[in-house]
Design a protein. Structure first.
Length: 430
């Protein structure tokens, strides 16, 4: 059975069995199995992936920038990547804002969480600790790259990426200067290529256990929270998911067909295992190794472009998150009876795009940013308590769209030539 089929089966079994046993969540035996057996399986698997993210991101970016720099196309690729990121993020937020104004999911909803709940208090602290934009721009350039690497999975990934890009540019210039004397690639580049290959080998080992880990993660989520909370906020959940589907199918499909000259159905089919894995883990960073593998092996994207776009995109391109933030802020405004003006809604759109770019690619990483955007238009922080119960499910959905957007942008940046000369991958995952 192919990997994406095993992942889908594990996902469905985890949801079904977890929801079925949720009424018995207080059972000591079931709680022990969930806590001491399934939770370690899922967490160990995720840590196996997370432990290679930093060396893989650094090596992939340096190699990608090095190869692009030697071909004198770095500025073009970076410019197109940034342009498509803002374009697709803008489209996603526009879809979300249009849907929430049309459907008005917040009308008549009553807040279900007390203002002093621990989850809301934590988000308030995170939002209060947010730095002004000027400080964020300054801190994109790290004083200590090693410190940024240590804290990369806690929100310091962008400074590490900036260092990797600068380092890659320097290596490409150094290589050009010494090419006549030494010939071939620098030893440093060959070492980084071997580091990247070793990281991908670890990914292949980990994916053997992926179906078991996905079952454990999804089962624990359904077993702990059940599906009752979805009924309470069904209209809001439907609005978010509907917007994400429009972004995935209509927007991404149109850009793939019109710009990259690729078949959207074939493209999405080749990315199935990435989508399932992103949905299960709710983490763009954890999905990055598999995205890189699929981009080169199945989508036939140029490695120097896919490595640059996907590693940057795992943090900087969050289309699904931007849509979620826009919908959530306007939903909470409706809950509190706040009638936002057109200007305020435009402000929400712009801030959602920027916040999506600055969101950490880890589960729950967007919630502090949602609170910041909400408070900017006068929405009380207590409103976040309403969506905490369904955020895990929506996080899984928006992560899938985020990861899909990274792959789409990589295809768009690669150009029509790649899509025209790429043949569908025949290799199957085992």
């Amino acid at each position: 059975m192919k990997l994406h089929n095993r992942l889908a089966l594990a996902l469905l079994l985890g949801v079904a069995l977890g929801a079925l046993l949720h009424p018995y969540a207080e059972s000591p035996a079931l709680a022990a199995v969930s806590t001491h057996v399934l939770r370690p399986i899922g967490q160990i698997f995720l840590r196996t992936i997370f432990m290679i993210v930093v060396p893989m991101v650094f090596s992939a970016l340096v190699i990608g920038v090095y190869q692009l720099g030697r071909g004198h196309d770095l500025s073009g690729v970076a410019g197109r990547t940034l342009g498509y990121t803002f374009l697709l993020s803008g489209a996603s937020v526009a879809i979300g804002v249009a849907l929430v104004n049309l459907l008005r999911p917040g009308a008549g909803v009553q807040l279900a969480a007390p203002a002093g709940s621990p989850g809301v208090e934590t988000l308030q602290q995170n939002a209060a600790a947010a730095r002004p934009l000027s400080d964020i721009l300054i801190e994109l350039v790290p004083r200590n790259p090693l410190e940024s690497a240590v804290r990369a999975l806690d929100g310091e990934m962008l400074p590490l990426m900036v260092f990797a890009v600068v380092f890659g540019v320097a290596v490409s210039r150094l290589s050009a200067a010494r090419a006549a004397d030494e010939g071939g690639d620098l030893l440093l580049v060959r070492v980084l290529e071997q580091i990247f290959d070793a990281c991908m080998r670890i990914v292949h080992f980990a994916m053997i256990l992926a179906p078991v880990a996905v079952f454990a993660i999804v089962f624990n989520t359904a077993f702990t929270f059940g599906t009752g909370i979805l009924a309470t906020l069904l209209f809001y959940v439907v609005t978010v998911v509907g917007g994400l589907l429009l972004q995935q199918v209509v927007v991404y499909g149109a850009f793939l067909w019109a710009v990259a000259r690729r078949s959207p159905l074939e493209f999405f089919r080749n990315c199935r295992e990435v989508y399932l894995y992103a949905f299960s883990t709710a983490s763009s960073n954890a999905t990055l190794p598999l995205s890189l593998d699929v981009a080169e092996r199945k989508l036939r994207l140029p490695p120097e472009i896919s490595r640059f776009v996907l590693t940057v995109g795992s943090t900087a391109n969050q289309n699904g998150t931007a849509l979620f933030e826009g919908v959530t802020v306007l939903f909470l405004a409706q809950v509190y009876g706040l009638d936002l003006t057109v200007g305020q809604q435009v402000r929400v759109m712009v801030m959602s795009i920027i916040a999506g770019i600055g969101t950490a690619g880890v589960p729950g990483g967007s919630l502090p940013m949602v609170m910041i955007v909400a408070q900017s238009v006068g929405i009380p922080a207590e409103g976040m308590g309403l969506i905490l119960g369904v955020d895990r499910f929506l996080d899984m959905c928006r992560t899938m769209v985020n990861v899909s957007g990274d792959l789409v942008i990589a295809a768009l940046v690669s150009g029509r030539e790649t899509g025209a000369h790429s043949s569908p991958a025949t290799a199957s995952s085992s």
